[in-house]
Ligand binder design. Sequence first.
Ligand SMILES: [Zn+2]
Length: 346
Amino acid sequence: MTPYEPPNRLPVTTTGGWARPGWYELLEEPEREGRFGPDDQRELFDDYCTLAIADQQACGLDIVTDGEHRRRGWIEAITAALPGLQRRPATRRLGPVGYDMLEVYELQRPLDDLEWMWDFVGEYRFLAQRTDRRPRVGMPGPYGMTTELDFRQVYRSRRECAEAFVPAIRRHIEELVAAGCDYIQLEEPMTPAYAEDDRTAASMAQVINKCVDGISGCTFTVHVCFGSFRRLPYAKRTYRPLFPALLDANVHGFSLEFGGREMAEIEIAGEWDRDRLLSAGLIDIKTHYAETPADLTERIRECLRYRDPERLEISTDCGLRRVPRNLALQKMSAASEAARKVRADG
Ligand SMILES: [Zn+2]
């Protein structure tokens, strides 16, 4: 594995997508109605991503993404582009937000011939041409890709379905690395399980390894969160069942959420091998409270009890897509200020 090289000490970054501007909602309807031609659509998303990159730079982030806006969520457009799907609307559509409001797709044929999922290279090139910060691409991991699928007509278990994505994910990773991308984060939220699922930390590590083994010249992290469906989590919020087994994944580090859990279980990072990177979610995306630089300085110092500063990134618990943009700007500017203070204090 190529060693991880941070762009600077205690780099600040986000996980997942950047905050959507409020005005984008006004464009969704005409877009759905087909009033945008392909060139108009490209221009819309180019502008939208340019803004996301500028926002991140203005907040002082050291590692940036393209905002992932083209995906219409972290995975939605990527899933919708898969072959052999039948959309199944949620059976409950009214009332308080719940995970049973998620629209899923029934998978109706095997994914054996799946070669292409998404234009990750196009996203990377767009980003790399527009930033002097370190670019990173987020990619749904093999289990992550099963999130919106009911695969039970085709596969016996979630692992079998996850394995079906391995060749395409691996190919996309190789293409990204060939295009110059040296940092990829695989995203693996803890999707609620079907009874027949066999997702354990050990099987996650094995399937992830099939995607990354033997690929050098790139830093890999795996983001594992408890999900955020319209900003509500949907999995039991503990990492204990995952570690140490997940350390069998041949990746540089893990992006985990601690901010929304008031730093619970941060001591797990102290049980890892010394080289492993913690991309620590210290900014809670599920609260309207804007963490102050003092709050985040305290959290960074707590992480430093368990990780060397060369193996620690300051990040968000999950994507900022549903966080109001003004709040996201406030939170991430505070994170950069906190990181600067801790760096200056040595
Ligand atoms: Zn997440």
